[in-house]
Design a protein around this ligand. Sequence first.
Ligand SMILES: [Fe+2]
Length: 268
Amino acid sequence: MPFIDTHNHIIPYVDDGAEDWDMALSMLRDAEADGIVQVVATPHVLSDSDLNEEKKYITRFDELKKRAEDAGIQVKLHLGSELYIQPYYDFKRRMATLAQNGRYFLIEFPMSMIPGSIEARFFELFPTKYTPIIAHPERNGSIINKPSKVRYFVDNGALLQVTAGSLLGVFGNQVKATAEQLMNTNVVHIIASDAHDLDRRALKLGKAYDYVCKKWGPDRADMLFYANPQKVLNGEDINIGEPFDFIEPQFQHQSSSILNKVRTFFKR
Ligand SMILES: [Fe+2]
C-alpha cells in the first residue's frame, strides 16, 4: 500500500526539523523504503510575516527537490506549511495551502491548551472557502482532558490529522489513549508522520498503518494513509462520516497533574 505524508519537517535550515541536507535526504530515503510515494513538506510558520517571507522556504524546498532528484529518490515532493494558530494569514501565499490545493491548510494549536478566545472564534479566522486540518489534536492538553472538545471543530467542518507515532505510544500513554479514542469515535480524517528526524520522529508510516489495519481494518487504514491525503492534494471533498458519542477518559493531562502535585506540596 502506498502512503502520502501530509505533515513533516523535512526542509533543512528553516525550523526544528531536518538539521542539514544529508539528514533531509536520509529522511526521504527512509520514506521511500517505507512505501511513502508523496510528501508534502510542512515547515512551521509562526505568523503571517513568516508567510510573507515564503521565498526563503521556497528556495530551500526547490533545492531539496533538486538534491532528491540527483540522489535518485522517487518520492514526489510538494510544498505546504504548518500554520501556528494566529488571527490572520494571507491564504493567497503559495505555502498557505497544502501542495497549493487552494482549499485545505494545516493548522496547529499551542501544545498545552486551546486559548478560549481562539476556540470561540476559530471559524471566523479564515475565509470560508478554506478548510482547516487540525494537526495532532491528540497531543493537545485540553483535548487530552476532554476529547469531546473536538466535536465543535469537526461538526463545523474542520478535519483532524493524527500523528502516526501517537498511535504507537511515541508521545506516552495519554496521547496514545486519546488518539485511539478519536479513532474509535470516527473523527480522524488523516494520519501523518510529523517527522522531524531519523529516529523517534522519522518519516515513516508503515508501522502505524499496520497497527490501524489490525485494530480498525484495512479500509479505514487505506482511507487515512492514502485516499484522504490524495483528496487533500487534489482539493477534493472528503466524506467524513458520522462521529460516534464520546466517553470522556478518567485521567488528567500530565501537565495539570504535575501542577496539582506542586499545589498539594505547597499546601502541606
Ligand atoms: Fe509539525
